[in-house]
Design a protein around this ligand. Structure first.
Ligand code: HEM
Length: 361
């Protein structure tokens, strides 16, 4: 896993991308018939997350948050969506259906588009790095690190980068969508968060040291991930020896699955498990729970490598969205008539609106 100190290096990059997100949200609000509707926030957050991870990996912007998304970026975004949709069919349907139904070919074509896009950006960045080296400049950035560490062949770098691009987008954007959804339903939590953020940063753009003083902000992300762990099941095989867990014997070779969704909604660990209660993660309001009762990023050597970047990105974005413009308090609410049940329902629907009012002192 990337160390917190290393992830901190990306705060400037992520803040620049967050500024563009705020710009898009404001433009959407102004452009809506009511002057308050935000339209499909989940899809915008998806583009935000893609822009964030791409700008870290390639140290370049790919235009996901521009009013007109560049066509090749749009093709890449569409290919990811298509690949995920078709993955359900290609996994469930038997192999003999592949020549007969459209899913398999389309699934492969989507992957080709994803890899080609990643390869093009990597190749461009490699050329820049080579030119920098020739000029005697020191190379920086994640990609130069991957290339210079010497453990990976160029083909493996292409594969790893495509994996990071995919693993780092739906994960953070769905979590942010759900966090905003719950805040929109909970005016008190929203007001408390606004107070916390503005109390720490005033009108400044938050940076890593500020985040350390925002326990509620972090609790909101933890609580959102408890309710909606983006990876619902993790599995491990006990390869070395028989093991005993909770008094049950698992012989060597057993596949053990960890059902995040079920475990993090277990009322023995989290009373009123279906409720969004960020205060359960704060020292003052916390009831003790087992440290493994909610581990949305997995654990151990194969735990999420992007955890620190993901947390930084989500914390910065939520802090900026909640802080609003100095002197103005923004109120987030669900559009009347919104009926939402799962994260995929959030996408494609206009469900969030925002009103602004002068801040009461
Ligand atoms: C809310 C955000 C995220 C959550 C909840 C999440 C969760 C997870 C989980 C549960 C795993 C499997 C861990 C295990 O098997 O123990 C995982 C793996 C992984 N994650 Fe994340 N992730 C998030 C964001 C990200 C981001 C932003 C990136 C990229 C920068 C990323 C890259 C990866 C990669 C590459 C793996 C595979 C690691 C391996 O197999 O060794 N994730 N993630």
């Amino acid at each position: 896993m990337l160390k917190p100190t290393e992830a901190m290096l990306y705060a400037g990059t992520l803040n620049a991308v967050t500024s563009d997100l705020l710009g898009r949200l404001e433009a959407k609000r102004r452009g809506s018939p009511s002057g308050q509707g935000l339209g499909d926030v989940a899809s915008l957050l998806y583009r935000f997350a893609l822009e964030g991870i791409a700008s870290i990996l390639f140290e370049t912007r790919i235009g996901c948050l521009e009013p007109q998304v560049p066509p090749e970026t749009q093709r890449f975004i569409d290919a990811i969506g298509c690949m995920f949709r078709d993955s359900v069919f290609v996994t469930a349907l038997p192999a003999w259906t592949r020549p007969l139904l459209p899913f398999w070919d389309r699934y492969l074509r989507s992957w080709d588009t994803i890899f080609a896009f990643g390869k093009q950006l990597i190749d461009r960045r490699m050329e820049e790095l080579a030119a920098q080296q020739e000029r005697g400049q020191e190379a920086s950035g994640y990609l130069s690190y991957l290339l210079a560490c010497g453990h990976l062949t160029p083909t493996q770098v292409y594969g790893s980068v495509a994996e990071l691009l995919l693993a780092g987008v739906d994960t953070t954007s769905n979590t942010l969508s759900w966090a905003l959804y719950h805040l929109a339903r909970d005016p008190q939590a929203q007001a408390n968060l606004h107070r916390e953020v503005t109390g720490v940063v005033g009108g400044q753009v938050p940076d890593v040291p500020h985040l350390a003083q925002m326990p509620l902000l972090k609790a909101i992300i933890k609580e959102t991930l408890r309710l909606y762990p983006v990876v619902q099941v993790n599995s491990r095989v006990a390869v070395e020896k028989d093991i005993i867990v909770g008094g049950y014997l698992f012989p060597k070779g057993t596949l053990i699955s960890f059902a995040h969704f079920t475990l993090s909604r277990d009322e023995r660990s989290f009373p009123e498990p279906e409720r969004f209660l960020p205060q359960r993660w704060l020292r003052a309001g916390a009831a003790p729970h087992h440290p493994f009762s909610s581990i949305p990023f997995g654990y151990g050597i194969r735990g999420c490598v992007g955890r620190r970047i993901a947390e930084l990105e989500m914390h910065l974005a939520l802090a900026r969205v909640s802080g609003g413009v100095p002197g103005t308090r923004q109120h987030w609410s669900l559009c009347p008539g919104s009926r939402l049940a799962t994260s995929s329902w959030l996408k494609g629907y206009s469900w969030l609106q925002v009103t602004s009012a002068p801040e009461k002192r």
